[in-house]
Write a protein that binds this ligand. Structure first.
Ligand code: AHM
Ligand code: MG
Length: 338
Protein backbone atom coordinates (compact mmCIF):
# COMPACT_ATOMS: atom_id res chain seq x y z
CA UNK A 1 0.00 0.00 0.00
CA UNK A 2 1.34 3.41 -0.97
CA UNK A 3 1.76 5.89 1.88
CA UNK A 4 -0.21 9.13 1.65
CA UNK A 5 1.94 12.24 1.30
CA UNK A 6 0.46 15.42 2.71
CA UNK A 7 1.15 18.92 1.42
CA UNK A 8 3.05 19.66 4.63
CA UNK A 9 5.28 16.61 4.26
CA UNK A 10 5.87 17.32 0.57
CA UNK A 11 6.87 20.93 1.20
CA UNK A 12 9.41 19.90 3.85
CA UNK A 13 10.85 17.14 1.64
CA UNK A 14 11.15 19.40 -1.37
CA UNK A 15 12.78 22.40 0.27
CA UNK A 16 15.63 22.23 -2.21
CA UNK A 17 13.08 23.33 -4.84
CA UNK A 18 12.70 26.67 -3.12
CA UNK A 19 14.88 29.58 -4.10
CA UNK A 20 16.48 31.67 -1.34
CA UNK A 21 16.09 30.76 2.31
CA UNK A 22 14.17 27.52 2.55
CA UNK A 23 12.00 27.57 5.65
CA UNK A 24 10.28 30.91 5.03
CA UNK A 25 8.65 30.08 1.74
CA UNK A 26 7.63 26.66 3.05
CA UNK A 27 5.87 28.28 5.96
CA UNK A 28 4.16 30.75 3.65
CA UNK A 29 2.81 27.93 1.49
CA UNK A 30 1.71 26.10 4.61
CA UNK A 31 -0.20 29.22 5.77
CA UNK A 32 -1.96 29.40 2.39
CA UNK A 33 -2.89 25.72 2.67
CA UNK A 34 -4.44 26.27 6.08
CA UNK A 35 -6.51 29.25 4.92
CA UNK A 36 -7.62 27.21 1.88
CA UNK A 37 -8.98 24.48 4.16
CA UNK A 38 -10.98 27.01 6.16
CA UNK A 39 -12.38 28.61 2.99
CA UNK A 40 -13.18 25.15 1.62
CA UNK A 41 -15.19 24.36 4.75
CA UNK A 42 -17.30 27.49 4.26
CA UNK A 43 -17.68 26.97 0.51
CA UNK A 44 -19.01 23.48 1.16
CA UNK A 45 -21.65 24.64 3.58
CA UNK A 46 -22.55 27.75 1.62
CA UNK A 47 -25.96 26.35 0.84
CA UNK A 48 -26.68 25.54 4.46
CA UNK A 49 -25.92 28.73 6.29
CA UNK A 50 -26.57 32.38 5.76
CA UNK A 51 -23.42 33.00 3.81
CA UNK A 52 -24.91 33.24 0.34
CA UNK A 53 -25.84 36.47 -1.31
CA UNK A 54 -24.27 39.85 -1.61
CA UNK A 55 -22.81 41.67 1.33
CA UNK A 56 -23.98 44.87 -0.23
CA UNK A 57 -20.78 46.74 -0.93
CA UNK A 58 -18.80 46.69 -4.17
CA UNK A 59 -15.14 45.89 -4.68
CA UNK A 60 -12.57 48.13 -6.35
CA UNK A 61 -13.60 46.96 -9.82
CA UNK A 62 -17.16 48.08 -9.11
CA UNK A 63 -18.38 44.49 -8.86
CA UNK A 64 -20.77 43.33 -6.18
CA UNK A 65 -19.02 41.52 -3.35
CA UNK A 66 -20.53 38.29 -2.13
CA UNK A 67 -20.30 37.18 1.46
CA UNK A 68 -17.95 34.33 0.68
CA UNK A 69 -15.57 36.70 -1.12
CA UNK A 70 -15.34 38.77 2.01
CA UNK A 71 -14.89 35.70 4.17
CA UNK A 72 -12.16 34.22 1.96
CA UNK A 73 -10.36 37.55 1.77
CA UNK A 74 -10.37 37.84 5.55
CA UNK A 75 -9.16 34.28 6.04
CA UNK A 76 -6.21 34.58 3.68
CA UNK A 77 -5.24 37.98 5.08
CA UNK A 78 -5.44 36.61 8.63
CA UNK A 79 -3.36 33.53 7.81
CA UNK A 80 -0.71 35.53 5.94
CA UNK A 81 -0.61 38.27 8.61
CA UNK A 82 -0.07 35.93 11.53
CA UNK A 83 2.31 33.55 9.74
CA UNK A 84 5.24 35.99 9.94
CA UNK A 85 6.60 35.34 6.43
CA UNK A 86 4.62 37.90 4.40
CA UNK A 87 5.01 41.67 4.70
CA UNK A 88 2.30 42.72 2.24
CA UNK A 89 -0.72 41.56 0.28
CA UNK A 90 -2.42 42.72 -2.90
CA UNK A 91 -5.96 41.36 -3.14
CA UNK A 92 -8.67 41.67 -5.75
CA UNK A 93 -10.94 42.79 -2.93
CA UNK A 94 -8.75 45.65 -1.68
CA UNK A 95 -8.00 48.80 -3.60
CA UNK A 96 -4.61 49.38 -2.01
CA UNK A 97 -1.83 47.10 -0.89
CA UNK A 98 -2.18 45.77 2.64
CA UNK A 99 0.95 46.43 4.65
CA UNK A 100 1.49 43.85 7.36
CA UNK A 101 3.48 45.72 9.92
CA UNK A 102 3.13 43.67 13.04
CA UNK A 103 6.49 42.94 14.66
CA UNK A 104 6.78 39.40 13.27
CA UNK A 105 5.92 40.30 9.68
CA UNK A 106 7.15 43.74 8.78
CA UNK A 107 10.65 42.58 7.90
CA UNK A 108 9.43 39.41 6.22
CA UNK A 109 10.86 38.76 2.75
CA UNK A 110 7.76 37.94 0.71
CA UNK A 111 4.66 39.65 -0.66
CA UNK A 112 1.56 37.85 -1.93
CA UNK A 113 -0.88 38.88 -4.68
CA UNK A 114 -4.14 36.96 -4.58
CA UNK A 115 -7.66 36.58 -5.79
CA UNK A 116 -9.14 35.03 -2.65
CA UNK A 117 -12.31 33.74 -4.30
CA UNK A 118 -12.50 33.90 -8.05
CA UNK A 119 -15.66 33.18 -10.00
CA UNK A 120 -17.84 34.32 -7.15
CA UNK A 121 -20.87 34.83 -9.38
CA UNK A 122 -20.93 31.01 -9.51
CA UNK A 123 -21.31 30.48 -5.76
CA UNK A 124 -25.07 30.76 -5.70
CA UNK A 125 -25.45 28.18 -8.46
CA UNK A 126 -23.18 25.51 -6.98
CA UNK A 127 -20.47 25.78 -9.62
CA UNK A 128 -16.74 25.43 -8.89
CA UNK A 129 -14.83 28.48 -7.69
CA UNK A 130 -11.20 29.03 -6.81
CA UNK A 131 -8.38 30.91 -5.13
CA UNK A 132 -5.33 32.13 -7.04
CA UNK A 133 -2.06 33.27 -5.45
CA UNK A 134 1.32 34.57 -6.49
CA UNK A 135 4.38 35.02 -4.28
CA UNK A 136 7.21 37.48 -4.88
CA UNK A 137 10.36 38.27 -2.97
CA UNK A 138 10.16 41.90 -1.90
CA UNK A 139 12.49 44.37 -3.60
CA UNK A 140 12.38 46.91 -0.77
CA UNK A 141 14.96 46.18 1.90
CA UNK A 142 12.96 46.12 5.13
CA UNK A 143 10.16 47.80 7.09
CA UNK A 144 6.80 48.46 5.40
CA UNK A 145 6.36 46.90 1.97
CA UNK A 146 6.03 49.28 -0.99
CA UNK A 147 4.15 49.36 -4.29
CA UNK A 148 7.43 48.48 -6.06
CA UNK A 149 7.35 45.12 -4.32
CA UNK A 150 4.24 44.30 -6.36
CA UNK A 151 5.24 45.94 -9.65
CA UNK A 152 7.45 43.02 -10.62
CA UNK A 153 7.10 41.04 -13.83
CA UNK A 154 5.60 37.55 -13.58
CA UNK A 155 9.03 36.11 -14.38
CA UNK A 156 10.04 37.19 -10.87
CA UNK A 157 7.46 35.02 -9.09
CA UNK A 158 9.08 32.62 -6.64
CA UNK A 159 5.92 30.54 -6.28
CA UNK A 160 2.33 30.55 -7.48
CA UNK A 161 -0.68 28.32 -7.28
CA UNK A 162 -4.40 27.93 -7.24
CA UNK A 163 -7.06 26.05 -5.34
CA UNK A 164 -10.17 24.67 -7.02
CA UNK A 165 -13.20 24.18 -4.79
CA UNK A 166 -15.00 21.66 -6.98
CA UNK A 167 -16.36 18.13 -6.77
CA UNK A 168 -13.15 17.72 -4.83
CA UNK A 169 -10.87 20.45 -3.57
CA UNK A 170 -7.47 20.61 -5.13
CA UNK A 171 -4.43 22.80 -4.59
CA UNK A 172 -1.67 23.00 -7.16
CA UNK A 173 1.48 25.03 -6.87
CA UNK A 174 4.85 25.60 -8.47
CA UNK A 175 8.14 27.04 -7.29
CA UNK A 176 9.59 26.81 -10.79
CA UNK A 177 10.39 23.09 -10.57
CA UNK A 178 7.24 21.67 -12.11
CA UNK A 179 3.66 21.65 -10.87
CA UNK A 180 2.32 19.36 -8.17
CA UNK A 181 -1.32 18.89 -7.25
CA UNK A 182 -2.84 17.94 -3.90
CA UNK A 183 -6.39 16.80 -3.33
CA UNK A 184 -8.05 17.54 -0.01
CA UNK A 185 -9.02 14.36 1.82
CA UNK A 186 -11.88 15.59 4.02
CA UNK A 187 -11.68 12.52 6.26
CA UNK A 188 -8.23 13.52 7.53
CA UNK A 189 -8.42 17.23 6.71
CA UNK A 190 -5.20 17.20 4.69
CA UNK A 191 -4.19 18.05 1.13
CA UNK A 192 -2.61 14.84 -0.18
CA UNK A 193 -0.33 14.52 -3.21
CA UNK A 194 -2.52 13.26 -6.04
CA UNK A 195 -1.00 14.75 -9.20
CA UNK A 196 2.76 14.60 -9.28
CA UNK A 197 4.69 16.67 -11.89
CA UNK A 198 1.62 17.69 -13.86
CA UNK A 199 2.00 18.15 -17.61
CA UNK A 200 -0.49 19.60 -20.05
CA UNK A 201 -0.73 18.07 -23.55
CA UNK A 202 1.00 20.05 -26.32
CA UNK A 203 -2.18 19.81 -28.35
CA UNK A 204 -5.69 19.92 -26.92
CA UNK A 205 -9.15 19.69 -28.44
CA UNK A 206 -11.04 22.14 -26.22
CA UNK A 207 -11.43 25.89 -26.63
CA UNK A 208 -12.82 28.01 -23.80
CA UNK A 209 -14.08 31.53 -24.36
CA UNK A 210 -17.22 33.52 -23.62
CA UNK A 211 -18.66 33.36 -27.13
CA UNK A 212 -21.48 35.68 -26.17
CA UNK A 213 -18.96 38.47 -26.68
CA UNK A 214 -18.13 37.26 -30.21
CA UNK A 215 -19.07 40.43 -32.07
CA UNK A 216 -16.69 42.40 -29.86
CA UNK A 217 -13.66 40.13 -30.29
CA UNK A 218 -10.57 41.15 -32.25
CA UNK A 219 -10.61 39.74 -35.80
CA UNK A 220 -7.76 37.34 -34.95
CA UNK A 221 -9.84 35.73 -32.18
CA UNK A 222 -12.92 35.50 -34.41
CA UNK A 223 -10.91 33.74 -37.11
CA UNK A 224 -9.31 31.41 -34.54
CA UNK A 225 -12.73 30.42 -33.18
CA UNK A 226 -13.97 29.70 -36.69
CA UNK A 227 -10.85 27.57 -37.22
CA UNK A 228 -11.70 25.58 -34.05
CA UNK A 229 -15.22 25.00 -35.39
CA UNK A 230 -14.28 23.86 -38.88
CA UNK A 231 -14.37 20.20 -39.83
CA UNK A 232 -10.98 18.59 -40.50
CA UNK A 233 -10.26 14.94 -39.76
CA UNK A 234 -6.49 15.31 -39.74
CA UNK A 235 -6.54 17.82 -36.86
CA UNK A 236 -9.61 16.28 -35.18
CA UNK A 237 -11.68 19.41 -35.67
CA UNK A 238 -14.18 20.67 -34.80
CA UNK A 239 -12.94 21.07 -31.23
CA UNK A 240 -15.21 21.06 -28.20
CA UNK A 241 -16.29 24.31 -26.62
CA UNK A 242 -16.21 24.30 -22.80
CA UNK A 243 -16.68 27.45 -20.70
CA UNK A 244 -17.61 27.41 -17.04
CA UNK A 245 -17.09 31.12 -16.46
CA UNK A 246 -14.98 30.31 -13.42
CA UNK A 247 -11.36 30.90 -14.36
CA UNK A 248 -9.70 28.42 -12.00
CA UNK A 249 -12.10 25.66 -13.01
CA UNK A 250 -11.71 26.33 -16.75
CA UNK A 251 -7.93 26.51 -16.31
CA UNK A 252 -7.84 23.34 -14.22
CA UNK A 253 -9.81 21.32 -16.76
CA UNK A 254 -7.77 22.54 -19.70
CA UNK A 255 -4.47 21.88 -17.92
CA UNK A 256 -5.48 18.28 -17.31
CA UNK A 257 -7.08 17.57 -20.66
CA UNK A 258 -5.34 20.04 -22.98
CA UNK A 259 -7.01 23.05 -24.52
CA UNK A 260 -6.94 26.82 -24.77
CA UNK A 261 -8.65 29.43 -22.59
CA UNK A 262 -9.00 32.91 -24.05
CA UNK A 263 -10.23 36.11 -22.44
CA UNK A 264 -9.40 38.65 -25.14
CA UNK A 265 -10.04 42.37 -25.30
CA UNK A 266 -13.71 43.16 -25.91
CA UNK A 267 -15.67 46.35 -26.39
CA UNK A 268 -16.75 46.15 -22.72
CA UNK A 269 -13.26 45.24 -21.49
CA UNK A 270 -10.85 46.99 -23.87
CA UNK A 271 -7.83 45.86 -21.81
CA UNK A 272 -9.22 42.37 -21.26
CA UNK A 273 -11.05 41.40 -18.08
CA UNK A 274 -8.62 39.33 -16.07
CA UNK A 275 -6.15 40.90 -13.70
CA UNK A 276 -2.43 40.57 -14.40
CA UNK A 277 -1.07 40.32 -10.88
CA UNK A 278 -3.35 37.78 -9.27
CA UNK A 279 -5.14 36.03 -12.13
CA UNK A 280 -2.95 35.98 -15.26
CA UNK A 281 0.58 35.78 -13.82
CA UNK A 282 0.11 32.92 -11.35
CA UNK A 283 -1.78 30.81 -13.88
CA UNK A 284 0.84 31.67 -16.53
CA UNK A 285 3.61 30.45 -14.20
CA UNK A 286 1.69 27.22 -13.55
CA UNK A 287 0.94 26.52 -17.21
CA UNK A 288 4.53 27.17 -18.31
CA UNK A 289 5.76 24.82 -15.63
CA UNK A 290 3.30 22.22 -16.94
CA UNK A 291 4.67 22.64 -20.49
CA UNK A 292 2.04 25.07 -21.80
CA UNK A 293 2.06 28.70 -22.91
CA UNK A 294 0.44 31.92 -21.67
CA UNK A 295 0.30 34.95 -23.94
CA UNK A 296 -1.40 38.31 -24.27
CA UNK A 297 -2.00 37.28 -27.88
CA UNK A 298 1.25 38.98 -28.81
CA UNK A 299 3.77 38.38 -26.03
CA UNK A 300 4.49 36.20 -23.05
CA UNK A 301 2.27 37.14 -20.10
CA UNK A 302 5.12 36.74 -17.63
CA UNK A 303 7.09 39.48 -19.39
CA UNK A 304 4.44 42.17 -19.09
CA UNK A 305 5.63 45.01 -16.84
CA UNK A 306 2.87 45.81 -14.32
CA UNK A 307 2.11 49.47 -13.76
CA UNK A 308 -1.06 49.13 -11.73
CA UNK A 309 -2.14 46.80 -8.93
CA UNK A 310 -5.42 45.87 -10.62
CA UNK A 311 -4.19 46.02 -14.21
CA UNK A 312 -6.07 43.87 -16.71
CA UNK A 313 -4.56 41.94 -19.61
CA UNK A 314 -5.97 39.84 -22.43
CA UNK A 315 -4.96 36.22 -21.96
CA UNK A 316 -4.50 33.19 -24.22
CA UNK A 317 -3.44 30.25 -22.04
CA UNK A 318 -3.13 26.51 -22.41
CA UNK A 319 -1.65 23.88 -24.70
CA UNK A 320 1.47 25.06 -26.50
CA UNK A 321 0.38 24.35 -30.08
CA UNK A 322 -3.05 25.95 -29.63
CA UNK A 323 -1.75 29.15 -28.04
CA UNK A 324 0.96 29.49 -30.69
CA UNK A 325 -1.63 29.07 -33.42
CA UNK A 326 -3.93 31.64 -31.80
CA UNK A 327 -0.95 34.04 -31.69
CA UNK A 328 -0.43 33.46 -35.42
CA UNK A 329 -4.08 34.39 -36.05
CA UNK A 330 -3.65 37.53 -33.94
CA UNK A 331 -0.49 38.56 -35.77
CA UNK A 332 -2.19 38.02 -39.13
CA UNK A 333 -5.66 39.46 -38.52
CA UNK A 334 -5.28 41.80 -35.53
CA UNK A 335 -1.75 43.15 -35.73
CA UNK A 336 -0.82 45.70 -33.12
CA UNK A 337 -0.50 49.00 -34.91
CA UNK A 338 0.71 51.16 -32.03
P1 AHM B 1 -14.28 37.73 -10.73
O1 AHM B 1 -12.86 37.88 -10.30
O2 AHM B 1 -15.09 38.94 -10.49
O3 AHM B 1 -14.91 36.48 -10.17
O4 AHM B 1 -14.26 37.64 -12.34
C1 AHM B 1 -13.40 36.76 -12.96
C2 AHM B 1 -14.21 35.72 -13.66
C3 AHM B 1 -13.37 34.53 -14.04
O5 AHM B 1 -13.47 33.53 -13.07
C4 AHM B 1 -13.94 34.09 -15.33
O6 AHM B 1 -12.98 33.49 -16.16
C5 AHM B 1 -14.46 35.35 -15.92
O7 AHM B 1 -14.67 36.26 -14.87
C6 AHM B 1 -15.74 35.16 -16.65
O8 AHM B 1 -16.14 36.37 -17.20
P2 AHM B 1 -17.39 36.48 -18.21
O9 AHM B 1 -18.59 36.25 -17.37
O10 AHM B 1 -17.28 37.87 -18.75
O11 AHM B 1 -17.18 35.41 -19.25
MG1 MG C 1 -11.23 37.15 -9.96
Amino acid sequence: MQAVKTLGQFIIERQEDFPYAKGELSRLLRDIGIAAKIVNREVNKAGLVDILGAVGNTNVQGEEQKKLDVFANEQFIAALSSGGECCGIASEENEDIIKINNTVSKNAKYVVAMDPLDGSSNIDVNVSIGTIFSIYRRVSISGDCTMEDFMQKGTEQVAAGCITYGSSTMLMYTTGKGVNGFTLDPSIGEFCLSHSQMKTPDQGFIYSINEGNYVHFPEGVKKFIKYCQEEDNATKRPYSSRYIGSLVADFHRNLLKGGIFIYPTTAKSPQGKLRLLYECNPLAFLIEQAGGVASTGFKRILEVQPTDLHQREPIFIGSKNMVKLAEDFMAKYSPVTA
